[in-house]
Write a protein that binds this ligand. Structure first.
Ligand code: SAM
Length: 342
């Protein structure tokens, strides 16, 4: 997000301005964590009211809110009351396209993985594990609140991607679907909403079963979906079409191949379809989603973003034929990589 300061004129001004960019980024994450956008949603709200509701000191909170007003993430009227803006609406808990959980995950976990890049740069291992004393998914298993925020964050980010997938890809002949590592069922919900009569299975770790069932029931899809639990490193439930959305980038090549081999073993020769939904790295560095996510994967999980050619290589090694890589115009940076069982 744009940092706080008047537009810098020279290269040195711009660089100094850039060096403080994290202050506004962190302020936005903190506001999401505190629920400030929910509090101002109804209209002008005095500082004292915000401080009481968030259990913060008014003098300190004033300073935390200032960068948000400076970048237009919050409004401020002449009486010193805070107002909602287009940005703050998108961080309200009840907004249909809310990104609040995504920013809360940034606040609680993602930002902290970037504390010590040297750990990852010198060892190749996730800095997360040094900072949190556990693997990423091990940490989530041990910390229910972070786990809940993580899965809500995935759902909040994936909602837009899922709509783009369901719009850009024709599922009419896709047959039965299983979303492997499907989380709360966000992708399946968008696909089923646009594919009358289709049914799907959401497969994920056992701790996701109950919240996934609840989310799918709330979407009115309880009778068209099945939720199954297990470990995709052991086996996955078969289907005509398997979906892997934001799964392979969490893992290194060896682990990704294990998942892909298990997918391949669950599908028939010749008929099966596999759709990988991921950001795809451009051949030359660019200002794109995959370039940023790649470092999140390095520092957080030991996974990696990949180029189209690297995905095609993994698919080939697992016994799939790469068919095409489809960029998703309405979810910039995200792609559907389609493969068939030969
Ligand atoms: C980055 S999230 C992606 C979630 C969802 N597919 C999406 O696109 O938003 C990775 C998912 O993999 C699941 N997962 C991690 N390890 C797993 C395992 N060993 N077996 C099955 N699911 C696993 C997590 O619980 C999580 O839902």
């Amino acid at each position: 997000m744009t940092a706080v300061a008047p537009s810098p004129a020279t290269a040195v001004d711009r660089l100094i301005h850039e060096s403080w960019g994290f202050v506004a980024d962190r302020a936005l994450q903190t506001a999401a964590e505190l629920g400030i956008p929910d509090l101002v949603a109804q209209g002008p709200t005095p500082l004292a009211e915000l401080a009481t509701a968030t259990d913060t000191r008014p003098d300190a909170l004033l300073r935390q809110l200032r960068p948000l007003v400076a970048v237009g993430a919050l409004g401020l009227d002449d009486e010193g009351r805070y107002l909602p803006t287009e940005t703050s609406h998108l961080l309200e808990s009840d907004h249909p396209d809310t990104l609040r959980p995504w920013f809360r995950l940034m606040y609680r976990v993602t930002f902290r993985m970037f504390d010590d890049p040297m750990v990852s740069l010198r060892t190749g291992r996730p800095a997360f594990e040094e900072r949190f004393g556990n693997t990423y998914f091990g940490h989530l298993a041990a910390h229910p609140e972070d786990n809940e925020v993580f899965h809500a964050a995935m759902a909040s980010f994936t909602r837009r991607t899922a709509r783009a997938v369901a719009t850009a890809y024709d599922f009419t002949d896709a047959g039965t679907l299983t979303d492997v590592g499907g989380g709360l069922g966000t992708l399946v919900a968008e696909v089923l909403a646009r594919t009358p009569g289709a049914t799907a299975t959401v497969f994920d770790l056992p701790r996701l079963a109950e919240p996934a069932r609840a989310a799918l029931a709330e979407a009115g899809l309880g009778d068209r979906t099945d939720v199954r639990s297990g470990d995709f490193f052991t086996a996955v439930p078969g289907a005509d079409t398997l979906l892997l959305s934001w799964i392979l980038h969490d893992w290194d090549d060896e682990q990704s191949l294990r998942i892909l081999h298990n997918c391949r073993a669950a599908q028939d020769d010749g008929q099966g379809r596999l759709l990988i939904v991921e950001a795809v790295l451009p051949e030359r560095p660019g200002d794109d989603l995959a370039t940023s996510l790649d470092l999140v994967m390095l520092f957080g999980l030991g996974g990696r973003e990949r180029t189209g050619a690297e995905y095609a290589g993994l698919l080939d090694a697992a016994g799939y034929r790469h068919v095409r890589t489809l960029p998703l115009a309405s979810a910039p940076g995200m792609h559907v990589i389609e493969a068939r069982t030969r």
